[in-house]
Design a protein around this ligand. Structure first.
Ligand code: FES
Length: 127
C-alpha cells in the first residue's frame, strides 16, 4: 500500500517504478528506458503528449506502450495498492518521493536538475 500524498516511486530490489499520469488514470510504470536504462521519470513529454523523450539519449517511448507494461494497481483516494513483479522474496521494497518530470504537461517550464529533488524513504508491503 502506498500513500500517494507522500510517495510516488517504488523500489523493488534494483528496479524502480514511478507513478505516471495518463489522460484517464494513474499507473505504476517501469522507470527504465528500453534503450540503455535511462530514468523515464525524468523524461519530458513530446509536444503532442503521446511519447516521452528519454533524458539520456532522446529515444522516444510511446505512452501507450509504457502503460501496457504498467504494474497492476488499484487506487482508492490517496492510497494505491500495487502488485509487485515476481522477484526474489528477499528483494527489498521501499517507497520514495522524487521529482517526476514525465507527469508535467509538454509545455511546462520546470527545473530539470534531478539532484534538487526532495526525497524521503519509507516502506511498502509487497503483495
Ligand atoms: S537510455 Fe534512454 S535514450 Fe538511451
Amino acid at each position: 500500500m502506498i500513500d500517494l500524498r507522500r510517495h510516488n516511486t517504488v523500489l523493488v530490489g534494483h528496479e524502480r517504478y514511478f507513478l505516471f499520469q495518463t489522460e484517464t488514470r494513474w499507473r505504476m510504470v517501469h522507470d527504465r528506458c528500453p534503450h540503455r536504462g535511462g530514468p523515464l521519470s525524468l523524461a519530458r513529454r513530446t509536444p503532442d503528449g503521446r511519447r516521452l523523450s528519454c533524458p539520456w539519449h532522446g529515444t522516444k517511448i510511446g505512452v501507450a506502450a509504457l502503460c501496457r507494461t504498467a504494474l497492476p494497481m488499484v487506487r482508492s483516494g490517496d492510497e494505491a495498492t500495487v502488485v509487485l513483479p515476481g522477484t526474489s522474496q528477499d528483494a527489498p521494497v521501499s517507497v520514495i518521493r522524487r521529482r517526476i518530470l514525465a507527469n508535467l504537461p509538454p509545455d511546462a517550464d520546470a527545473e530539470t536538475d534531478p539532484t534538487d529533488c526532495n526525497s524521503s524513504t519509507g516502506s511498502a508491503q509487497p503483495h
